[in-house]
Design a protein around this ligand. Structure first.
Ligand SMILES: [Zn+2]
Length: 234
């Protein structure tokens, strides 16, 4: 419904849809992403993806949730977390508040640490008969945090924000092997730089490819969910 990415409709434009629209909420975080990526990396990734669906006539993209649940990144300077409980409440309240203007809400999340809040919020919203759909920006075979995957995406989205002289590999074991340590002591106990993966392998070309694939996946998911919602009476 937006004229251009990052622009918002007026209330009259939303009202004109007569409830026949989806609210898409990008969800990020403000947490350490190694010495080479800015704290708002997840939010930028979520917004870069939702920007590409903002033109769809039945989509209203909301401003991003720029804070998430980032407790696992405590101990790194700059990380700001609102925690799982507060994030859950925020998500539920936004859905309640969108109830009268949109047919449903789609959460587009670029931070894995928000998963528990999203799961709990989705259950609560559905128990109140609100329609929510959860979509996570996941890359098959991608590394865990501030590594090749996220750095490639950022090289494509905001190349000037990537500190190339600070690129260095962190822990590169499969995340499954680090889970015990991670659960016990957070990322700080596993990687002193905060990196899980190898950002030195990142390229802008790979980032553009990943972004394109994520946008295509989200567009498909939106269309399918939209069609399904329209066939189901409230
Ligand atoms: Zn991230």
């Amino acid at each position: 419904m937006a004229e251009r990415p990052g622009a918002f409709p007026t209330w009259t434009e939303v009202a004109a849809a007569g409830g026949d629209c989806l609210l898409v909420v990008p969800i990020g975080s403000f947490e350490q992403h190694g010495p080479h990526l800015p704290l708002d990396t997840d939010t930028r990734i979520a917004v870069a993806i939702t920007d590409e669906v903002a033109h769809l006539p039945y989509v209203v993209v909301a401003p991003p949730l720029a804070y998430g649940a980032s407790g696992e990144h405590a101990g790194f300077a700059g990380t700001l977390s609102i925690g799982t409980e507060v994030l859950t409440e925020v998500l539920v309240e936004l859905v309640r508040s969108a109830r009268d203007s949109c047919a449903g809400v789609v959460w587009v999340c670029a931070h894995g640490g928000n998963a528990e809040a999203i799961r709990t919020a989705a259950e609560r919203c559905r128990s109140e008969r609100d329609r929510v759909h959860v979509w996570g920006a996941r890359v098959d075979g991608g590394d865990a945090h501030a590594g090749r995957t996220e750095t490639s995406l950022m090289m494509a989205i905001a190349p000037d924000e990537v500190r190339r002289d600070a690129l260095a590999a962190g822990r590169t074991e499969p995340i499954g092997e680090l889970l015990g340590e991670l659960r016990a002591g957070g990322v700080r106990s596993v990687s002193s730089s905060g990196v899980l993966g190898d950002p030195t392998l990142a390229t802008a070309a790979e980032g553009r490819m990943l972004l394109e694939a994520l946008v295509a996946e989200l567009s498909g998911a939106l269309e399918a969910w939209w069609e399904a919602q329209r066939g189901v009476p409230a």
